[in-house]
Write a protein that binds this ligand. Structure first.
Ligand code: BG6
Length: 314
């Protein structure tokens, strides 16, 4: 049957690290490293790469891979006592061969289920027992969906609290040609000004300097318009009220060993996140956070963030 899903293929990636390749019949594909549960590639049906990964990315534990979609858990950035962005992005995940039933029907898509549980060493850093299940699914139209299910499996009766982000690095033609729609007039915390709370002014967001902002309680849909590429990324999110927008610009780029000096021109991070109001789970409780990414031709009217119209390209 042509509707049968193409199986996920396990193979060796950079430095022999294991990765899973997902392919859809029309030609789109995605790659997920078990190291970090980290999506490093998402290609459309023309084989064009949609995610940014640095040419200097190390693919060498314990350093997280620079680019793709790192998972920030159980802490976003330096918002707490743990290492920046937590530890999920530099742990080895396993393939979950028998995941519990999925609430939405994504089993018809090419997908892979991964799982992360704490090691004894991890328990010393963050003394909680959990099961973190990640499904990465590629739809027939090439859309990429990441769904995280995090369950508190503590046996000591204790709740735990975490913050979270899908730290997605989008590939863009030229950052000065890019605008983000859906975040206008929102409040944000400015990481470049001691997390000061400010309000976004004016029109869609454009870029001419370093940006590191956490937009609060955003709409569930955000668009990144790349004028030069004539491509629009649409991010839809559930369970993730906040959105981080980050570009290091030239000075910070130079200071990062695993990032090329000029690469900031070709990437933009827009990160579906839960930061301002951390998530608390009691034992037995589960949280779910989902992001769906699609890339469509930019033929829709800027300012009208109607996903149906975006998807139809009208
Ligand atoms: C962003 C943060 O999400 O990640 C930035 O808002 C941070 O403050 C950036 O610099 C990159 O973090 P890292 O740890 O991957 O270098």
């Amino acid at each position: 049957m042509s509707s049968e899903r193409v199986p996920a293929e396990l193979s060796k990636g950079v430095n022999g690290l294991e990765k899973v390749i997902l392919r859809e019949a029309r030609g789109s594909s995605a790659e997920v490293y078990l190291y970090g549960g980290h999506v490093t590639s998402w290609k459309n049906d023309h084989g064009e790469e949609l995610l940014f990964v640095s040419n200097k990315a190390l693919f060498k534990p314990p350093k997280a891979i620079r680019g793709g979609i790192p998972i920030c858990f159980p802490q976003f950035s330096n918002h707490g006592p743990l290492e920046p962005h937590g530890f999920a992005r530099n742990r080895f995940w396993s393939i979950d061969t028998d995941p519990p039933p999925f609430p939405t029907n994504s089993s018809s898509k090419a997908h892979i289920d991964l799982i992360l549980k704490p090691s004894e060493e991890d328990m010393k850093i963050w003394p909680h027992s959990y099961e973190f299940r990640l499904r990465v699914a590629l739809g027939p139209g090439g859309d990429l969906t990441l769904t995280s299910r995090i369950r508190n499996t503590n046996t000591d009766g204790k709740p735990f609290t975490f913050t979270f982000a899908y730290h997605t690095y989008f590939s863009v033609s030229d950052i000065s040609e890019v605008r983000v729609e859906g975040l206008e007039t929102l409040d944000y915390l400015d990481n470049l000004q001691n997390k000061e709370r400010c309000t976004e002014q004016g029109d869609a967001i454009t870029f001419e300097t370093e940006v590191d902002k956490i937009y609060l309680s955003t709409p569930t849909k955000i668009a990144i318009l790349d004028h030069e590429k004539k491509r629009t990324f649409v991010i839809r999110k559930e369970g993730l009220p906040d959105a981080v927008v980050w570009n290091p610009w030239d000075k910070k780029a130079k200071a990062m060993a695993d990032f090329g000096d000029d690469e900031y021109k070709h990437m933009l991070c827009v990160e579906a996140a839960a930061i301002e109001k951390p998530i608390t789970l009691k034992p037995g409780e589960e949280w779910r956070g989902r992001q769906e990414l699609s890339a469509v031709p930019s033929s829709y009217c800027s300012g009208q963030l109607d996903p149906q119209r975006v998807l139809q390209g009208s």
